[in-house]
Design a binder for this molecule. Structure first.
Ligand code: HEC
Length: 337
């Protein structure tokens, strides 16, 4: 298409594509700024509907860019000059286009579940990693078209391509860690591979402790971000300042420890001996069971997380990534309402 004879025609093309491309990049950057809590505003279901296509679409740019990369490496090391010049344009167009679609769906996925993903360091890094990669993919396409129309060195384009693929690797790794856990690939690896990858030092080595893993990069504070919201949902309405039933307040960590008429609320290190757990686990129909009958019940996943945190010492400061989190508890955390 960059044939000298058709220069007049191809002169126009890069402009249209460049303007559209820059528009796409601006849109992606705007998403980066817009992403965040929705302020309690419930977004329409269509947002989540489109968002849930993210895991489907994202494999397109990965596959296409892997192919382009391979093609380009063959061109470089096969010493065939820029033989693959024109042939990469169509795949690149689809690669960049699908990267933009995947990024849009990813953004909607994030927004649609902002309560869950907001404040989760891994999810946030994946969001901006994915958006920046999509920008780089579009920029690569633009650079490619310009190098073609000026018959400039393919290296301008190659550098962009290699950077984009690097960013893609970074973003996909975070995405995979989010869905499968950071030890998914090494979990069943032979011991020497785990050692080689430093999995052991990172606490990822699973041999012998196959049921726990570090939720690496998860910066959520267990008390503030996970436990307190559970109590807030199920208990605090009756156990707060001005309405402290049984003289127990659960809206503050120190008061939760202190307890009420019957003594301490929680016994760090022992869920079994913690009054709030005892009350929650009383049989149905028992008058002292909490939350009282008629009030929204506390769910099993919430009880599981609560008990795990108390058994681990009920630390008010620790982050999720500071713990070896049993698989059941990880699952319970993802299932929290
Ligand atoms: C609808 C109001 C209500 C909700 C919601 C509620 N409680 Fe209570 N709670 C009470 C009342 C009333 C008492 C006092 C009567 C009693 O001791 O059973 C009480 C007492 C308690 C006590 C005994 C405190 C003491 O030292 O005497 C504990 C422990 C407790 N609640 C835990 C919980 C937990 C944990 C939750 C959430 C899972 C919860 N409550 C949710 C009303 C509530």
């Amino acid at each position: 298409m960059a044939d000298r004879n058709t220069n007049a025609e191809s002169d126009k093309k890069p402009w249209t594509l460049t303007v559209c491309g820059l528009g796409a990049i601006a849109g992606l950057l705007a998403m980066l700024l817009l992403a965040g809590p929705t302020g309690g505003r419930e977004l329409p279901d269509i947002v989540r509907f489109i968002g849930h296509f993210h895991p489907v679409i994202l494999h397109l740019p990965i596959g296409i860019f892997a192919l382009i990369m391979f093609q380009e490496l063959v061109a470089v090391f096969g010493r065939r000059g820029d033989a693959a010049r024109n042939s990469a344009l169509l795949p690149l167009f689809f690669g960049a286009g699908s990267a933009v679609l995947a990024a849009i769906a990813g953004f909607l996925l994030y927004q649609g579940h902002a309560e869950e993903y907001g404040g989760n360091a891994l999810a946030e890094r994946h969001l901006w990693g994915g958006l920046i990669f999509a920008c780089a993919a579009v920029a690569t396409l633009i650079v490619r078209v310009w190098t073609l129309s000026f018959l400039a060195s393919a290296w301008y384009y190659r550098v962009m391509l290699f950077c984009s693929v690097g960013l893609m690797g970074f973003a996909s790794h975070d995405g995979a860690s989010m869905t499968h856990g950071s030890n998914y690939l090494t979990e069943y690896a032979p011991g020497w591979i785990q050692v080689g990858l430093g999995a052991e030092e990172m606490g990822l080595r699973t041999k012998g402790t196959p049921k726990s893993s570090v939720v690496s990069g998860d910066e959520r504070k267990v008390y503030t971000d996970i436990v307190a919201p559970i109590l807030e949902r199920r208990c605090v309405q009756c156990h707060k300042q001005g309405k402290a039933k049984g003289k127990l307040r659960m809206d503050r960590y120190d008061l939760l420890l202190k307890g009420g008429k019957e003594g301490v609320g929680i016994e760090p290190g022992s869920a079994e001996n913690s009054n709030i757990v005892t009350r929650i686990e009383l049989p149905e129909g028992d008058e002292e069971r909490m939350p009282p009958e008629g009030k929204p019940a506390i769910e099993d996943s919430e009880i599981e997380v609560l008990k795990w945190w108390i058994d681990q010492g009920a630390d008010p400061e620790k982050l999720l990534r500071d713990f070896m989190v049993p698989k059941e508890v990880q699952r319970a955390i993802t299932r929290l309402p």
